[in-house]
Design a protein around this ligand. Sequence first.
Ligand code: FRU
Length: 557
Amino acid sequence: MHHTALTSLTAALLLAATGALQAQTPAEKTLTVRQRYLNIPVSHAVGRAPLSMQPEGGSVLNVEVRIAEGEPEYWVFKDLSAWQGRRLTLRYGGTQEALDKVFQADTIVGQAALYRERLRPQFHFTTRRGWTNDPNGLVCHNGVYHLYYQHNPYDRDWGNMHWGHAVSRDLVHWEELDDALFPDALGAMFSGSAVVDKDNTSGWGTAQNPPIVYAYTAHGARQTQCMAYSLDGGRTLVKYAGNPVIDSGIRWNSGDTRDPRLLWYAPGKHWVMVLFERGGHSIYTSQDLRNWAWQSHLPGFWECPDLFELPVDGDPSRTKWVMYGASGSYLTGNFDGKTFTPDGPKRHYTAGKIYASQTFSDTPDGRRIQIGWGQIEQPGMPFNCQMQLPTELTLRTTKDGIRLCSRPVTEVEGLLHRQFTAERPLDEAEASAALNAYAAADGLHIHARLHLRYATSAGLILNNEHLVLYDASHDTVNGWFYGLQDPASMALEMDVYIDRTGVEVFLDGGLFSWSAQRRTDGDRSGFRFWGTEISISDLRIDTVDSIWNDRPLTEAR
Ligand code: FRU
């Protein structure tokens, strides 16, 4: 190393030392919490810097935030309910000028426009502020459906993983509550699940008040599995003092051990946790939800396992188990409480902008209800992504064998208002004209049967983008292999749900589903059915109500 290099090294070290010094004296602000929210201005022109929130006599919350120095792009907030009356010290790794713009108030900035923003999806759940990905902890308890979800409350991009929380009585109208799980010394709060521990096997509740029990991944130095419970109907989640309960990253020599899925295995009277571990799904078992024993591993899945038993064609004496991963590929097979044994190859029931779906535990009527993360961008909005429509999963015997189906829960029908019913089969021009009368509607549901007759391909276009493109010679729908149920009639049934920024398409009663982003650039060229001499039968058009119209939202308690 020659002299100039040494000099620049010294300079670099000096610079680093100055940087460290600055880091030791972050911007600071102390306030007494008197109002409901801390409002924080955000600008993506600023890099993320650490913000620590230290309530007097409580544990610190560390996040990373881009506090705007000039004009903010949008505002985010922290609900201060839990810290009322206390001194709160904020320390920020950015400038004092930025931190000084943070203020408390009883409303959030943008409250009046909430749910009325230009690109707010109208019948898909979205969070008030920030980023969402996977649904977590889906559970029904005392008639209330709980939707927890991966949430970055401080930014429209991924990071700072918390569990957000919303509740509903009908799976359609949601009320967002405060976040339920916050990052801690073990790491960020990654995905997980929930069950009602009816017999209080965990001992975290009582016989009179059995707990809701949660399993989640803490993403820290390693990914470890942790437990939490709630004794107040899912509002307050208390983390188990003995966390983590599984620390398997070293054993698997892997940074990927996450997304615990809990279920009760009735024949063996024990709990099961399906855990994604390095390229597949492991099965663990437990008597008390605290001590877990590894049993088996099924390779070939990535993230967010689910495992459940379903009747075939609704016949409770004929059941199969279904195992799936985040991508929507699934296996059917047998499960003996310790090992899942597939009975066929992997298949897909859904594709497109859906990922990391999870099903509800403890539904009162035994329906297997799923919600998936909709990877739908909400451009320029202070929130991002959405939850796809809740769907009921069933196993149906088809000409191809037994298949997993997913179709919107019947509750969604309550949002629909019939606008048009075709009295006879229409040609593509007539059907397109019928649809174009509603092209400006905010939310639309279209039901139709497309008959190809002489066409080898046909479809439905909205604003120059394909909603459905069936290619008979390659046997694909929207690029995914899909065989028509009856190749002689060449009919394809579709249910298309169009929201402001996304679309969901269900084929043949949910045998296959597909979802996509909608363009938001103002193309208004409208609907167009196409295909040589196609006909469209059973055309029905419904407008879809906004789930945010009838505020105050469903009061859950
Ligand atoms: C899937 C996923 C999970 C993880 C979470 C983190 O989208 O990567 O595996 O727990 O998101 O936000």
